[in-house]
Design a protein around this ligand. Sequence first.
Ligand code: NDP
Ligand code: MG
Length: 391
Amino acid sequence: MQRITILGATGSIGVSTLDVLARHPDQYQVYALSAHSRVDELAAQCRQFRPQRAVVGSAEAALELTRLLAGLPVDVSYGEAALCEIAASDDTDTVMAAIVGAAGLAPTLAAARAGKKVLLANKEALVMSGQLFMDAVREQATLLPIDSEHNAIFQSLPAGYAREPGAAGVAKILLTASGGPFLNRAVETLEAVTPEEACKHPNWSMGRKISVDSATMMNKGLEVIEAHWLFGAAPERIEVVIHPQSVIHSMVSYVDGSVLAQLGNPDMRTPIAHALAYPDRIASGVAQLDLTQMAALQFYQPDYARFPCLALAFDALRAGGTAPALLNAANEIAVEAFLERRIGFRDIDRVLRRVMDENAHGAAGDIEAVMAQDARARQAARDIVAAIARA
Ligand code: NDP
Ligand code: MG
């Protein structure tokens, strides 16, 4: 029996994870679940999966959950310290890190430091803390990527891959990108797109923040940084390839000319099942890919003028230190402001450019330095958003 903690159980990844777990009750047992504010959804999950612990975002939410779970033996608590406890507890083996954004960093790091098997969906945590996170993993934890591209790359690399430049004859990582909902839309019309249009991804059903990131292609930018840390690849060895059908989830190109790819229907239950069972395989509920039903598969180079966020992410990766944390924090603020209709879609990249240009970054020596950079970047982005919203 693998005992599992799901951080962010009520989100898109959390729900898909529980769907896979429910298919294998003989192999997996839920130890703890967390949500932020969607208490009703968490209560329903607790009734079905009977975790020992449930964690929410506030005292009020904890009271409400306790009331909803009256009679069930679930220990309810709230806040970051409680999230870190359920991530690092001796009673859990595997932690699904599926909180969205910087809020997931502390508990995900706690899981790594406690030597857990960490299934990483929360890419922002790795983007922010890079080397610090990988050092924590290297000491004792096991890290398995859930992001579909990184899971595909992991599957296309040799087992025990050394995460060193040029190791195992790896020439390049080919990170595929769907291009999101605005791949072919006239650039001048992007100023006026709505949150609803931005969140309507052609291939994937996901949370709102990552959906907007897919529309700006900041998601791919964050994934470039994620690939750098997961696979030890220098920026020039990571190539973004637009592939609108999202059937090939990414590829590894080798020095002898071979290219290995992982294919599948676009459904996150495949990478989730892969990581849960690794190195075995379990059924995920995803239909087998029928290649004969597939239209042509297309591949293009990305257009950096249409998607300036992708270039900003490469800049932040090359700059190093706390620059990725700066970019990530500013992006979280800008995306939230766009979703609340306080700024336009194209203002997102304008905010990010200004925060990057106007704020220094430093060494990412410890988590305190990263969190301080995160806080400064949030304030800087809030100020710029407020000025745009007033104008
Ligand atoms: P969702 O928005 O659907 O879910 C986010 C989860 O995190 C919810 O459980 C939410 O709780 C919880 N949460 C939100 N804010 C906080 C906070 N401040 N503190 C603690 N918990 C919080 O996101 P997704 O499932 O789409 O994405 C989760 C992560 O996985 C992201 O980092 C994303 O980039 C990554 N990812 C997602 C993919 C997908 O297909 N969805 C694909 C690849 C990566 P509540 O429900 O109560 O608000
Ligand atoms: Mg992805």
